[in-house]
Design a protein around this ligand. Sequence first.
Ligand code: SF4
Length: 730
Amino acid sequence: MNLSQWLGIDIRSADYAYARDESTGYISAKRIPDQWVRTTCGYCSVGCGVELGVKDGRAVAARPDESHPVNRGKLCPKGLSEHHTIGADNRARHPLLRRKGRLERVGWDEALTTMVERFRNVQAKYGPNSLGVLSTGQLVTEEFYALGKLVQVGFGTNNYDGNTTLCMASAVSGYKLSFGSDGPPGAYEDLEKADVILLIGANIADNHPILCQYLDANRQRTLIVADPRVSKTAMMADLHLPLKPRSDLALLNGMAHILIRHGLINREYIDQHTSGFDELAKFLESYPPERVATLTGLSEELLYKVTLLYARAKAAFIGWTMGVNHSTLGTETVNAICNLALLTGQIGRAGASPFSITGQCNAMGTREAGCTSGLPGYRRFDDPAERAEIAALWGVDESRLPKARGMAYPDIIEGAVSRKIRALWIIATNPLVSFPNQDVLRHALSNLDFLVVQDGYHPTPTTELADLVLPAAIWGEKEGTYTNSERRVSKVNRAVAPPAEARPDFDIFLAMAEKLGCRDLLYPGWRSPEDAFNEWRRLSRGRLCDYSGITYELLDRAGAVPWPFPEGRTDCSPSRLYGNGQFRTNDGRAKLICADWQPFPEQPNRAYPLVLNTGRTVEHWHTRTKTREVPILERLSPNAWLEMNPRDAKGLGLRSHDRVDVVSRRGRVRAVELRLTEIVAPGQVFMPFHYVEANVNEVTQSAFDPVSREPNYKQCAVRVERHKKENDRT
Ligand code: SF4
């Protein structure tokens, strides 16, 4: 407060003035923009169209883009308050270099020179693959494409992965094994057109809320939700299947067993378009309803009911998210979902799809154009013809392209523990909240010779440990494209300038290539993201994810355009893959895969009697770096909580709002507020994973899907104790 305010001369009337806005009516005059800039939401993979209101060069408001085909004039609470993420206090503003233990401000030139020198020194001493890179699902596709080239060809390491491995790698691996390629086959519109919808491990009401309007628009549908919790989505269901934790694969196999046993399969589709039926039929003999009822905790009657609903549907849709993916059996569970669709021919038509609803705003972009688990355009590292094609398109010697995938995210962390990885570059992600078993992660990061964190925010728990912090522009401050879960590409536009010295990641990658001396090789003639986009269009031509007919101009006009969109196509409406029954496998047939259920790795016992499930809440985004800075979201959900069934609480002498510790073999989360609720069944507890102050990943385990390398976040054995002050010191 200044002197005039203290004396009451200045009553800050400008701050409290109201005025009339044509779209929202009377609101604070400060929030009436001079202009609205069309863009795409930067949180989740639904891909809603947003208009960002700008006044005097600052983002002051957000509203739905009424013309955008995905969200149809609606936004969820995060989208409606997204402008607050830009002006947050904790934005990274200047490059910072650690000297004598303290982060000190340096110029960009010194920052990039230091980074390149330190990385090169480490690589010269310990080999090129001693450098690891961890990226994100938050960049625009043009940046993923540029980064892939920079890491694989410029720095020459293939130990490169994204935080996307923490959320949807199992969907990718499952699709590749079943259909021969990544790429969700369906569209959101299927939620309106299906007569039976099975959501399995997918709490869309919290995590993809705008998709609920597609369900609402479908009056004929039967909605089945399989989830151990009575989630908000389960509350919307016609039929909730409260299956035991991680018994989803048994349920799916049991349904497939009933389909085959009772002749409810589409034999013509199976014969013409799949392989492996005989092996699968034999394998599924070991999943009779009586066994599946025991494994899942669901009655045989319910199993039959669900299977008959699915089998008799004209169009049946199965959607899933992290409840399936966050498992050591994630890939196999995805295969079992695909099996059901293939056995019944419920794929490639309106309403019929096995559909992975992905996580971050542009997780799809890194899957398509990034260079982590494969070469861009869903090409394989180990396919000589595809490697040769990329080498020719990039004008580089083929020997500079990796022949195999490098370490996946968890293996990079393990590599740092064992000192195979000596330097690490982390981009737009915050593992010190999101990675399981934080103790191992802290050990890994403390082992590094040099840690660079490039982020739009500082401090975060991860930037605080960095040797070098590179300040990046964020959503609203840069240009490019995102692809949403239904393969629709939307434009992301710059509305305001980044703060202080922060720069778009795209510019940082180009400047780094300059320092490495390979800018002209990697980015010939590139000046803007559109140059990267145009090269990516050429590279994607003829691939499943064909962008060749998509231009920035078309995106501006149409709002969202689905791939494949080859040159010459004009129809921008949602599309389905595999409508012709031709899959991307060697023989063109989808594979029916035998996927055996196993109990989850850490079973409860006397010392740790409860099964802990983790997940999200609608108000927050992943590690809360952004949403804790949004006042309305933070006020709605300021603290972590633990959900426990009242029967378990009674046994422990606990009551609602008690402060408790959650303890596993790996660590302890302290002083969490207890919520007693029937949302969780006896023997299970649930905690959201957004909160660094009470980080559930202190207790989650280092167990990963052997194929996708995705962590098993969803089940670990814990006990719950009343919080005691003396535990704060342990
Ligand atoms: S549903 Fe997802 S994309 Fe849409 S406004 Fe909410 S966070 Fe943004």
